[in-house]
Design a binder for this molecule. Structure first.
Ligand code: PGA
Length: 249
């Protein structure tokens, strides 16, 4: 059985105090469910969040990391540093990292390798832009993003990988892919994994949808057979909305 996962990507939101408030609210209102819940606060709040959530069922993730172990990389954070504050999951390849920080598939492949070498779980994001979808190229784009960053991995490494399909045109825009569009793409991704690896592997990888998921649309999106949860931006900044999304399964 694939894991159902709801992950909150806080992006560059919430200072130290606000982050603590949101974590406490989430804890207060969180009811145990079979869904894996993950939150990704900014770096400055990872230590506090991982302390507070230590023996709970909510996991903490980083939004990015560097591929090197240590060294002269001013402003960067390594996998080891994340682990030292209790963080064992990292989001890689978010479209904002690709667009504003020039992260390429080649760079992401290195980051994925570094995360796996450190036994971390990776939430790997990818997705097409609006012009690409309009040109009917979404499958091609998604396939090449996955292939270039992940197809060098061995079959066993995939137990640490969660995929997050996030069409760029749906992120933070209020425009969501229809549940059918999400399902079609997720089925295509699974087929791509099956062709490269095996049906067993394809069936075991959780594929999340991201892009303007809200309590009002989560249920329908999550009801699709190949959608195993969501990567949530805006709605993850509100405890009630985030909880409502978790309970949409
Ligand atoms: P959004 O962001 O839910 O605000 O669209 C999703 C994401 O960027 O992961």
């Amino acid at each position: 059985m694939r894991k159902q996962i709801v992950a909150g990507n806080w992006k560059m939101n919430k200072d130290y105090v606000d982050s603590e408030i949101l974590v406490s609210k989430l804890l207060e209102t969180h009811q145990h469910s079979d869904v894996d819940v993950i939150i990704a606060p900014p770096f400055t709040n990872l230590l506090a969040a991982s302390h507070t959530l230590k023996s709970t069922s909510i996991a903490v993730a980083a939004q990015n990391m560097h591929f090197a172990e240590s060294g002269a990389y001013t402003g960067e954070i390594s996998a080891e540093m994340l682990k030292s504050v209790g963080v064992h999951t990292v989001i890689l390849g978010h479209s904002e990292r690709r667009a504003y920080f020039n992260e390429t598939d080649e760079l992401l492949a290195k980051k994925v390798d570094a995360a796996l070498a450190n036994d971390m779980r990776v939430i790997f994001c990818f997705g097409e832009e609006l012009t690409e979808r309009k040109a009917g190229k979404e499958n091609e784009v998604v396939e090449s993003q996955i292939k270039n960053a992940l197809f060098h991995l061995s079959e066993t490494s995939w137990s640490q990988i969660v995929l997050a399909y996030e069409p760029v045109w749906a992120i933070g825009t209020g425009e969501t892919a229809t549940p059918e569009q999400a399902q079609d793409m997720h089925a295509f991704i699974r087929k791509t994994l099956e062709n490269q690896y095996s049906a067993t592997l394809a069936d075991s990888v959780s594929i999340l949808y991201g892009g303007s998921v809200k309590p009002a649309n989560a249920k329908e999106i999550f009801s699709k057979p190949d959608v195993d949860g969501g990567l949530i931006g805006g709605a993850a900044l509100d405890a009630e909305m985030f909880n409502a999304i978790i309970h949409s399964f």
